[in-house]
Write a protein that binds this ligand. Sequence first.
Ligand SMILES: Nc1nc2c(ncn2[C@@H]2O[C@H](COP(=O)(O)OP(=O)(O)OP(=O)(O)O)[C@@H](O)[C@H]2O)c(=O)[nH]1
Ligand SMILES: [Mg+2]
Ligand SMILES: [Zn+2]
Length: 291
Amino acid sequence: MSAILEGSIVAAFGRHYEIELPDLTLITGFPRGKKSPYACGDRVVLERSSPDQAQIIRHLPRSSLLYRSDAFRQKLIVANTTQLVLVVATEPSFSDELLTRALVAAETESLRSLIVLNKIDLDEHLPVARHRLAPLANLGYPVIELSARHGAQHLLPHLAGELSVLVGQSGMGKSTLINALVPDAAAATREISESLDSGKHTTTHARLYRLGDPGGALIDSPGLQEFGLAHLSRGAIEQGFVEFRSHLADCRFRDCSHRSEPGCAIKAAVAAGGIDERRYEIFLRLGSGAF
Ligand SMILES: Nc1nc2c(ncn2[C@@H]2O[C@H](COP(=O)(O)OP(=O)(O)OP(=O)(O)O)[C@@H](O)[C@H]2O)c(=O)[nH]1
Ligand SMILES: [Mg+2]
Ligand SMILES: [Zn+2]
């Protein structure tokens, strides 16, 4: 006997998924066919095949989809999130290019974005980290400085009512934050102690954790080394740089690539100090097709 159900993917393992049903019980879902086109956060329609297993038939419409891609394939990160929480740390050092790429992806999906600067208890490199985040703070992206070990609760007011995803490079402290904010996040604790032994990527799959008071949920995701944006058009990338938006209409040529054209309003804004040079540099790299 089979039954059609609806549920939410709360953990994505690639070939199978942990799915929460409306009564909060969990069931293991398998995609039909070879592809696994689902992500943590997806709401899906299922057909139960046994008491604890089901086939995933399709996903329901998504309010957002965060993913990255190179020329050959795309990797889904999460679906239906409302907020991107980018986690960086005072150490190890972080890539501002990866950060900018993730922010562009979030802008194109109209997600709210904020940046957590973690491990401020390790303060030797704090000034450098702040300096590197300054251009993003100046654009209005909130930067929350904290130590996941001692002050994770500073993030809580920003999470209320949102479905947030923690994204960042390995070792920045995403799972430590989850652990500090979600009292029963046992898996994350275990993964952290494993990381102390192995010293490399610890989280291997995305998992959703519900926050009690003040509501909302938080998705932990595996550390990223790259954030390819091959799926984005040049126009989408331009719009993803929020400070470009007000200048784009002023370029002399409508198809201006903002490289060497005369009358380029973006270059003029860079020269005048209105657009950060480093952001412009990263933009040029994204637009060149080198992902
Ligand atoms: N000193 C200090 N160490 C921290 C802090 N937050 C995390 N760490 C340590 O940083 C290391 C990496 O933390 P994780 O939470 O596993 O990092 P992650 O971002 O989840 O890494 P991946 O799962 O590989 O992506 C662990 O040894 C943590 O104990 C902090 O606020 N201060
Ligand atoms: Mg982790
Ligand atoms: Zn231009």
